[in-house]
Write a protein that binds this ligand. Sequence first.
Ligand code: PLP
Length: 386
Amino acid sequence: MKKPVYLDYAATTPVDPSVAEEMAKCLTLDGVFGNPASRTHGYGWQAEAAVEKSRRQVADLIHADPREIVWTSGATESDNIAIKGAVEDALAGQGSAHVITSAIEHKAVVDTCKWLEQRGVDVTWLTPGRDGRISYDQVSDALRENTRLVSLMLVNNELGCITDVASIGAMLRQKGIMFHVDAAQAAGKIAISVEQLNADLLSLSAHKVYGPKGIGALYVRRAPEVRVAAQIHGGGHERGMRSGTLPTHQIVGMGKAFDMAAGKLEEEQGHLENLRAQLVEGLSQLEGVSVNGSPDHRVPGIINLSFDGVDAESLMLGLHDLAVSSGSACSSATVEPSFVLRGIGLSDRQAHQALRFSMGRFTTSEEVEFAASRIVEVVTRLRAVR
Ligand SMILES: *Cc1c(COP(=O)(O)O)cnc(C)c1O
């Protein structure tokens, strides 16, 4: 059987072959397999050098200092350390804390903030408009005397929309409130500068950027200094913020992937804009198709579409030769619509009519043409039998 066309790059990307090649050099006896923390021999020094080179590569993509990069197991862990660690540190100093976030963050942020809420931390859940973007005024209106942390994503993983976090960051910096940005879905897709964003903490993941799964990073600002309490203890690696033997092969993979992403940023944006235009054009003969989230402030590779009168689950079944995502969560009996689509004000019914198509480095024009024709075919068929 032919493999389905992969249009789920926002869920994960394949590892770039050049990345896999670099990783393979860090595993076996003839390679850089040592423990980067081993100070007593060359195996350790070599591994440490590889880790530090990667640290610079990751720092470069976000215009940070390598000393501000903490390795984690992925953006989920980065989000956890950033939010729990910052709140814990604030509570130690003040005794009460208020956190502001949004209703359409990644579950790694939503669930972490809910966990804090259950433990007595005040959380304000901002709800964006239909464009999926949180505004400066929403954040500034929600500020309280004891607001310690604001956590917002740069690019939404279901909608692809971009929030103007730079202006929000500037305001928070002035007020001395910590600002965490989940940039897992932005890295490699748009230019990122932690200076320009005024971010204090920023989460990254390798596997959304053609690197391996299971490795990520947290940017932790040095000036003005940001303190986060450790959430994993043992050994004091990563300046005490995240203990555990560093996985050299994973880190080298992330470094190589981020280095490649920096070099390809504009080329890939152009490639994806072309593919997006082609997909939209291919679907133009269908009536009743709408784009969810901002049509202007967005990355080209992620497009979330609602098809009037068509159930997305049935559509996905019909599109068995495409690998796409609906964003809905299946529990035992029912299909819960995407909380992100509900979060931007879609009704349950509208949310049940949406699919996310996400394209990437290896998506071809032929694949998009095929996808568009299949979507037209299945949507037309499903509407005819209604
Ligand atoms: C994928 C993703 C995460 C989680 O990253 P992992 O490395 O898979 O833990 C967090 N936030 C956003 C916006 C994401 O897209």
